[in-house]
Design a protein around this ligand. Structure first.
Ligand code: SF4
Length: 370
């Protein structure tokens, strides 16, 4: 680890696994999943028996967690590099834990329930007539580049922006991407995997899947990762409205969850983002993320929403995820997209609102604020 990184010791501690992978001192989770063989007799190619597949998935997830924490420890980059070279010279397993995840996500796409909207449409063949709420068919990438504007421990971050979103936020700051105006282009999995490898060689500390929202494209993302050669931390940068099944597939692949925790009340989520049951879904997913990776929570302070949203979110984080959770309280809100149709969010946040948000976090005892 750097002697003096430009962030606190507490943040380094909370993100220690991510930081080790980014420095090639630890194997990324998706690589473990790639090399972990699932025994044929366990699945017996009985693809129709979905419950059985989930049972096997759970068993291998636990095994992966065990390997990740007990064996995945290297003292220096040379040791890791020797180990990784050896690993790469091994034959790819006939059927790996990552392959099992790909099978399961492709099944989910047949009656799409990748997010909690659970539209049920068949998205498995990218047919433009079978669109759900997100209107996503073939994955379209609006841009990919080395982002230097993310949180300091993530920079430079190879950020891949998917077009389309599972939300429709009235104030979306990226509305041209999320609402599919800037459509982007399809990049075949093999080519994107090559780009990810190249960016890693150029110095990216991670690959960061975002949008819009990356959730509708989980199958494509997993297939892409199965073709990547480099060891690199995976960041899932999302509104956190994934279904429980999608969350289970992300566990054992994602190294750092970068969540966008927006609302403290379902009424606010419904009114401003057209989302139901927000609080239950998003808090459940934060608990699942904490169990299976490092976590940075972003919270964009909305004008007039400090009492109903900011404070309940910060309180929940302290009570359920702990005082060491890394939280980025963001003040860059500006009224964009349809925000002017909603009087309470049609202005910038006041300085006093930002101070209230930060003071509230400090009073709660949250230690790792960005
Ligand atoms: S990912 Fe899209 S199609 Fe699938 S459930 Fe969510 S909104 Fe519906």
């Amino acid at each position: 680890m750097d002697k003096n990184p430009p962030w606190s010791v507490g943040i380094s501690k909370s993100l220690q696994d991510y930081l080790k992978i980014s420095k090639n001192l630890k194997l990324a989770r998706f690589k473990l999943a790639y090399y972990l063989e699932v025994l044929r007799e366990k699945i017996n190619t009985d693809w129709a028996n979905i419950n059985k597949l989930w049972g096997v998935h759970h068993q291998y997830y636990l095994l992966c967690q065990d390997l990740y924490f007990k064996e995945n420890i290297y003292n220096n980059q040379d040791n890791f590099s020797n180990y990784y070279k050896k690993l790469q010279s091994n034959k790819r397993p006939e059927f790996s834990f990552l392959d099992l995840k790909i099978k399961l996500v492709e099944k989910i796409m047949e009656t799409c329930h990748l997010c909690e909207r659970r539209c049920g449409v068949d998205r498995s063949k990218y047919a433009p007539e079978n669109l759900g709420y997100c209107k996503s068919s073939q994955p379209l990438i609006s841009s990919e580049f080395m982002h230097i504007g993310e949180e300091p421990p993530l920079v430079p971050s190879h950020t891949i922006f998917f077009s389309g979103c599972t939300f429709n936020c009235a104030f979306c700051q990226n509305w041209n991407i999320s609402q599919g105006i800037d459509e982007g282009k399809f990049i075949p999995e093999k080519k994107l995997a090559h780009i990810i490898d190249q960016r890693r060689k150029q110095g990216s500390l991670n690959v960061n899947f975002v949008g819009g929202d990356p959730t509708p494209h989980l199958a494509y993302i997993l297939r892409t990762l199965s073709l990547c050669k480099e060891n690199i931390p995976i960041i899932w940068n999302s509104n956190f409205y994934m279904s429980e099944e999608a969350m289970q597939l992300l566990q054992g692949v994602v190294d750092l969850y970068l969540s966008d925790f927006k609302y403290g009340k379902d009424q606010c989520a419904h009114r401003l983002s057209d989302v139901k049951n927000y609080w239950n879904v998003v808090t459940r997913n934060h608990l699942m993320a904490k169990e299976s990776g490092d976590l940075i929570i972003r919270h964009l302070v909305l004008p007039n929403h400090v009492e109903c949203c900011t404070k309940p979110i910060l309180t929940w984080i302290k009570e359920h995820l702990g005082e060491d959770t890394v939280v980025n309280i963001m003040g860059q809100y500006h009224p964009a997209y349809k925000a002017y149709e909603y009087p309470e969010i049609s202005r910038f946040p006041y300085q006093t609102e930002m101070e209230e948000a930060f003071n509230s976090a400090k009073q709660l005892g949250l230690k790792n604020l960005i």
